[in-house]
Design a protein around this ligand. Sequence first.
Ligand code: HEM
Length: 512
Amino acid sequence: MPSKRALEAQDNAVFTTSNGAPVAEPYAAQRIGLNGPLLLQDFNLIDSLAHFARERIPERVVHAKGAGAHGYFEATHDISDLTCAKFLEKGKKTPLTVRFSTVGGELGSADSARDPRGFAIKIKTEEGNVDWVFNNTPIFFIRDPTKFPHFIHTQKRDPETHLKDPDMFWDYFSLNPESIHQVMILFSDRGTPFGFHHMHGYSGHTYKFVNAEGKFHYVQIHFRKEGGFKTLDDATAGKLAGENPDYGIQALREDIDKGEFPVWNVFVQTMSAEQAEKFRYNVLDLTKVWPHKDYPLRPFGKMVLDRNPENYFAEVEQAAFSPSHTVPGVEPSADPVLQSRLFSYPDTHRHRLGVNYQQLPVNKPLAPVANFQRDGPMAFDNQGTRPNYQSSLVPLTYKAKPYEQVKHESWLGAANTDLSFITELDFEQPRALWQKVFDNTQKEHFVSNVAGHFGGVKSPVVKARQLSVFAAVDQELSDRIAKAIGHPTVKPLAVAPADKATRFQYNERPLN
Ligand code: HEM
């Protein structure tokens, strides 16, 4: 049934070919005589068949399934001591587009799958677009970005059988124990959020806010859903996957249509560089959270989603988010995973949408764009008569950054590859989740959620190895999972002591 909006938009349009010529009989393929072959002159037929064959663009290699909506960001509090970004000046309202997603499944997979959720926001500020490409969990599975393709492959299909494979899945996790914190969240009920718009969003990575004097703070950004987050239990998530795999897209659309606009309050945690050096964990380690009691949440904004897309493909599928799309006052930190994402997203957009992806209406900045990029497929805003080089006759002017690019951090040393070195520090926060945060019901759900999936592992080596990772979190936790899958108990994985972890120094001193 067409929506009310579609019925109202009815404009009695006349059917035409793609060159705008009216066609009297849209369904009538031209053939010779009563039974003869077709005519090449029948542009209507060829135009529609040829376009149809090219309808699909590559689906996103991760986060293929998603739902989107439009709305606005409102800066509710003064944070000019932290950042000079204009859209964060108190009182400003800036339009935005959001896309929520699951990660591992294909374009047609179920919205209720056990998976982290993507939480990508494109804010169209007066200084250019800021994309906050966040997840619904404050941490991630890796801290060495070279692991990302390996990790994702193990969550997808086996190349031989084209089936998802619990052995691959747990083989990866058991070999890469820095994943355990995110595994603890993934297999709690937070791994199956209720729909797309009842969850929080987190930068996960440390970013930098820079103020007008050029002074920076490390920050973590939190979007907290008004009314709290809601989750599904495993059985309900499985049932929904069969009965209505698109229920997340549907619920978001219906709530917005009813005027029940989802709202998030937005907060920042801050750390000075000096504090970061004293922080127990490495501030660039994406597998750790910053404790709220030491680094309290400071409010600064609100996000409201109040408009559904009129055309899913144009406004959601073609949306191209990247952490490298940012504006003065909001900068990436040196987190290696974030640094590699700065490259990876525009790279995939050029593949998925083409080199001129920023010119597509959903991505096009509201701020004027002027540069020396020209041509390429679909260059429909090719900057007119503007010279395609820095001409002395018709020059482009340059606007300096609002702050002097002071020496933020200085790095020093030989090439280093020990990002995945595991120490006792990697188990402290997962242990706190199990021992202090999960109540008895959450513990029961966690054990049964893990057992349901992990129980399918065939390799005894993988089973024992992952149980040793769980035992390093907490022996009772591991023993309960072992019991649930009928496995003998296993001793904890041996790991290096906490003081062997790489310390963070924002201003590395020369070594003697
Ligand atoms: C999507 C790469 C880690 C959040 C994607 C896409 C790629 C990618 C290639 C598809 C983009 C597209 O086709 O438009 C990577 C790499 C990572 C990484 C290489 C680590 C090395 C992360 C982390 C987060 C994240 C840590 C969150 C904190 C997202 C989101 C999307 C996405 C939300 C979906 C964006 C959308 O809705 O279009 N990622 N990713 N990713 N990623 Fe990552």
